[in-house]
Design a binder for this molecule. Structure first.
Ligand code: GUN
Ligand code: ZN
Length: 462
């Protein structure tokens, strides 16, 4: 191999997971090279990683980005975030349903406009890369044009985005409602156009059972059966008021999860955000069907929805698969580091303990597996996409002071998860290309890199 225009050696302290530390112990789960390197090939995939001292000769004339002692990890993955809510964080609602009606629905109406959605998409994706997030499962709005805008921009950047048109035909303002047949036709057209196109994937997206008629849920289930490699993405068991409404709307259902299950929406490709109030039989059903529950800690506390009990959901006798996410705009930070920190605190309030290894695993390899992308991203292995985040454990005076006391890798990671945020993100790479550089130096000449650099310049002015 020759040093092509985009081949690159990224040097620093390299950390990746090959297995779940909770299952096999950190020693077997981790690969860590204090003075390591990752080599991205011309195609944007990893061609080698290991100790820098053993870098094969063939890569020695590749350009090098050297980050010293900073940590190079797989890019962070956000397993549930809302594109049309990207600027409406910190909207105070009495509870989830009040918040939806007062702030969320009015903001989402704007995404009927293709030009609004097209202007928002690069801002949203910039925000992700600035926070070290390289891949995400994204709720869009009910409008087809919004999904088109997001996929078009993500495709341009080669970013791994999974999204879909939100299906909702009742209990929402008229301009946010579709109908069962339109929702189905539009979803199908979007699947045909975008699913599997380079790094993009489609998620059949039901907002939540409250905003869909039984006819629409039926159609969504039929779509999931017709396109079994698309994800199914929805919300489940988030707030007490929501669960009350579900009981009234679906009196025949055994419980909330049963509503989705009756319509064929619970399976190994199903990803449900929240799951705070799930009962034992719901957990058993979800575990048996291998569906995923995504923990959204900053959103759950902000909206007062409840304290997620990770020990209950992931109980070893019937573990439900897990993800972790920001849930912007219910969530209060784009940072997966802050999200990990809040997950830690919520677990403590539930009498559970999460290690830094558990948290970083969940936000990288764990989320990749939960989104069905475990063979492509989430680990730094040959053949995987070279999506990476570089974290500086001394990024702020507070982190630096804490770092002086850190005695182990776990300690460094723990401090980053509790004290870190976007300021700790030194650089972000997507498909081997640096798309965000906190110091704003030498952005590459692609439009994605240019966008990152522009954000960098704005940053420095602020
Ligand atoms: N349930 C239905 N829609 C939403 C949403 O937009 N955000 C959250 N957090 N929960 C929901
Ligand atoms: Zn959500």
């Amino acid at each position: 191999m020759t040093a092509g225009a985009r081949g690159r050696v990224v040097r620093g302290s390299v950390l990746t997971f090959r297995a779940d530390p909770a299952a096999v112990g950190p020693r077997r789960a981790l690969r860590f090279y204090r003075q390591g390197a990752v080599v991205a090939g011309e195609e944007g995939r990893i061609v080698w990683r290991g100790p820098h001292a053993r870098l094969p000769d063939v890569f020695k004339d590749f350009p090098i980005d050297d980050y010293g002692e900073a940590l190079i990890l797989p890019g962070l993955i956000d397993a549930h975030i809302h594109f049309p809510q990207h600027r409406m964080m910190a909207a105070p609602g009495r509870d989830l349903l009040d918040w939806l009606e007062r702030f969320t629905f009015p903001e989402e109406k704007r995404y009927a406009s293709a030009s609004h959605a097209r202007a928002a998409a690069p801002l949203f994706l910039d925000r992700l890369i600035q926070h070290g997030t390289t891949a995400a499962l994204v709720f869009s709005s009910v409008h087809r044009v919004a999904v088109e805008a997001l996929f078009t921009e993500a495709h341009h950047r080669r970013q791994a985005i999974i999204s879909g048109k939100t299906m909702m035909d009742r209990n929402a303002p008229a301009s946010l409602r579709d109908d069962p047949s339109i929702a189905c036709k539009e979803s199908e057209a979007l699947i045909e156009r975008w699913h599997g196109r380079d790094r993009l994937r489609y998620a059949i997206t039901v907002r939540f059972a409250i905003t869909s008629s039984e006819a629409q849920l039926q159609n969504a289930g039929a779509l999931a059966a017709r396109y079994p490699d698309c994800l199914v993405h929805s919300h489940l068991s988030e707030s007490a008021e929501e669960i009350d409404r579900i009981r009234r709307q679906f009196p025949w259902a055994k419980h909330y999860t049963d509503v989705y299950d009756r319509f064929g929406l619970v399976g190994p490709r199903s990803v449900f955000a929240h799951g705070i109030h799930l009962g034992e039989s719901e957990c058993r059903l979800l575990a048996r069907k291998k569906a995923v529950i995504v923990h959204c800690p900053t959103s759950n506390t902000f909206l007062g929805s409840g304290l997620f009990d990770i020990g209950h959901i992931a109980h070893p006798q019937r573990p439900v698969r897990l993800g972790i996410a920001t849930d912007i705009g219910g969530g209060t930070s784009y940072s997966m580091l802050q999200t990990m920190g809040e997950a830690y605190k919520v677990a403590m309030l539930r009498g559970r303990n999460l290690s830094a290894f558990d948290l970083f695993h969940l936000a990288t390899r764990g989320n990749a597996k939960s989104l069905g992308l475990g063979d492509e991203i989430g680990s730094l292995e040959s053949g995987y996409w070279a999506d990476m985040v570089v974290l500086d454990p001394c990024a702020t005076p507070v982190l630096k002071a804490r770092h002086a006391l850190s005695r182990s890798l776990e300690d460094r990671l723990f401090a980053l998860s509790i004290l870190g945020d976007d300021r700790a993100v030194r650089a972000t790479y997507i498909a081997g290309r640096r798309v965000w550089d906190a110091k704003g130096s030498s952005p590459e000449s692609s439009s994605a890199a240019d966008v990152g650099a522009d954000v960098g310049r704005q940053n420095r002015k602020a």
